[in-house]
Design a protein around this ligand. Structure first.
Ligand SMILES: *[C@@H]1O[C@H](CO)[C@@H](O)[C@H](O)[C@H]1NC(C)=O
Ligand SMILES: *[C@@H]1O[C@H](CO)[C@@H](O)[C@H](O)[C@H]1NC(C)=O
Ligand SMILES: CC(=O)N[C@H]1CO[C@H](CO)[C@@H](O)[C@@H]1O
Length: 495
């Protein structure tokens, strides 16, 4: 019976059955059966709404999770997928079974109301298992956000200005936006953020110890579930695995938090099982370090010997308009994106839904959907992120070491030698270099890109010298795309 609700994200589903039954002619027997059925449904809803009081977090407070909880005894393993999809075609019918994964989303109280409702209505709509962690206990649109920092050692919190925001939020008698208005909240939220990750993982394991995979992401991360689930089906959660897009702090590797990182059951077990206060061992150290994702890697490696494995570009820190579309990425499957605003998350989700959440989503699919039709000959006040080779005149301005380091050394062609003079000169030089797909002119620097990138609008500067202008060699880009558009079979990192 419960199976009728299937992934049951829409409470309307059973009523669809109800209205389908109603218009038919009934025998007395079927009227009795109908009445029994209807009262069962009403009873079920009543029970599920009463369950609300018992919910320990938002994701258990709906009927599908209630069902899930009942049928699985809270083990976190679901056998529900594909059962009883007899009720019409719902949005989640084509969605993959994600029940082996627990999504753990990190946010902060100052952004939670802005970001979480959009995630809940789109990317998380068909996902049964997720937890939200922030820097304050909150209810956002009825969903629980756990305070990841309530267990940080009191001494570390006291007289530590990293916790200014934390204390102010707790004392705020009205809405947080008003309390934070006269402070540099962005900076404060960043300073506080590094204390969260290990506590979050520890609390997650205490609450939900039985998932095969734990996927840690930020509130502006988009998870491509069809790709993610297909990939995970090829990996073994009984091995201690920690997988992400690798970044470094002082040569120490970690999975970049915004791109998202995966931790297997075995790795979580090794880190937390039968132990107390693991996170607290790192609270003091966090005061001297930059970032929580790095701290997690350090703790995991120190406690268990497990190191991060690099799954870039499948685990990715970019999004459609900032991704470089290049040889080594074009055909790759993509499982996460980062820095996705509410509109971008909504748009990518609509795209996925439109293709019935089909697998695989490759990086090139994002190009065709979002970027291809937007490329034009040139855009004013636009940075297309072209930064493979620079052409500049050293004596014309004060350039940074990074810029000077990218400047082409050695023999320049006649066109390259004058590329720094104007946008028009830059365009001619790019047209003359067979591997230049696009270019940017700014600050007396002409820069080429050998990959396709769309980029962002820039500030409208008063002085022409400081204004960005970007151009694309559309013909060459089209040729490149045609030459690369046929992909072989999908290959996942370490499958
Ligand atoms: C998605 O599935 C529906 C039915 O389940 C089908 O009618 C539609 O053509 C499919 N769309 C795509 C793009 O595959
Ligand atoms: C480089 O800049 C200097 C100083 O503005 C100028 O005198 C010189 O002509 C420039 N060289 C080229 C090749 O544009
Ligand atoms: C707006 C923006 O992203 N600007 C950056 C463009 O790229 C140059 C160098 O490649 C940076 O210095 C700008 O900050």
């Amino acid at each position: 019976m419960l199976g009728i609700l299937d992934k049951g994200q829409t409470r309307a589903a059973p009523f669809a059955t109800y209205t389908m039954l109603a218009p038919r002619g009934f025998s007395r027997r079927s009227v009795v059966i109908f009445a029994l059925f209807a009262s069962f449904i009403v009873g079920l809803f009543f029970a599920s709404s009463r369950m609300g009081a018992l919910c320990e977090d938002g994701s258990y407070c709906d009927i599908s999770s209630f069902r899930h909880h009942l049928s699985l005894g809270g083990s976190g393993k679901s056998a529900s997928h594909g059962v009883g999809s007899t009720v019409g075609s719902g949005e989640c019918d084509h969605f993959p079974d994600t029940s082996s994964v627990l999504l753990v989303m990190k946010t902060g109280a100052s952004e939670a109301y802005g970001k979480l409702p959009n995630q809940i209505m789109t990317n998380l709509k068909c996902v049964p298992n997720y937890l939200f962690f922030g820097d304050m206990a909150q209810k956002v649109a009825g969903h629980t956000v756990h305070d990841s920092l309530d267990t940080v050692i009191p001494d570390v919190k006291r007289k530590n200005k990293d916790f200014n925001l934390y204390h102010r939020q707790q004392q705020c008698p009205i809405d947080l936006d008003s309390c934070n208005k006269n402070h540099n909240v962005g900076q404060e939220a960043w300073s506080l953020d590094k204390y969260k990750n290990i506590h979050m993982a520890e609390k997650t394991y205490a609450m939900r110890p039985n998932h095969d995979w734990y996927l840690f992401v930020d509130a502006d991360t988009y998870v491509v579930w069809p790709t993610m689930m297909k990939w995970l089906s090829k990996l073994n959660p009984k091995q201690p695995l920690y997988i992400g897009s690798v970044a470094y702090v002082a040569n120490f590797p970690f999975g970049h938090g915004g791109s998202g990182y995966l931790v297997s059951q075995a790795a979580m077990h090794k880190l937390f099982h039968g132990k107390n206060g693991v996170a607290n061992r790192w609270d003091e150290r966090a005061t001297h370090e930059c970032c929580g994702d790095f701290m997690f890697s350090l703790a995991l490696h120190t406690e268990t010997g497990v190191s991060v494995q690099n799954a870039w570009p499948t685990i990715n820190g970019e999004k459609p308009h900032t991704l470089p579309y290049a040889e080594n990425e074009w055909c790759q499957p993509i499982a996460t994106m980062h820095h996705a605003g509410a509109q971008e998350i909504s748009d990518i989700y609509a795209f996925e839904k439109g293709r019935n959440f089909s697998y695989p989503l490759r990086i090139k699919d994002l190009y065709h959907e979002f970027v291809e039709d937007q490329l034009v000959v040139s855009r004013n006040d636009w940075n297309n992120l072209s930064d493979d080779v620079f052409y500049l005149n050293k004596s014309a301005s004060a350039y940074s070491d990074w810029e000077l380091g990218r400047a082409k050394k050695g023999d320049l062609t006649a066109l390259e030698a004058v590329a720094h003079r104007s946008f028009e000169d830059c365009r001619k030089a790019c047209d003359g270099a067979s591997d230049c797909l696009q270019y940017r002119f700014w600050n007396g620097i002409c820069s080429f890109s050998k990959t396709i990138k769309h980029g962002n609008p820039t500030k409208l500067e008063k002085e022409v010298w400081w204004r960005f202008k970007s151009g694309w060699n559309l013909k060459r880009i089209k040729e490149w795309v045609t030459a690369h558009d046929t992909c072989g079979s999908v290959s996942f990192p370490f499958q």
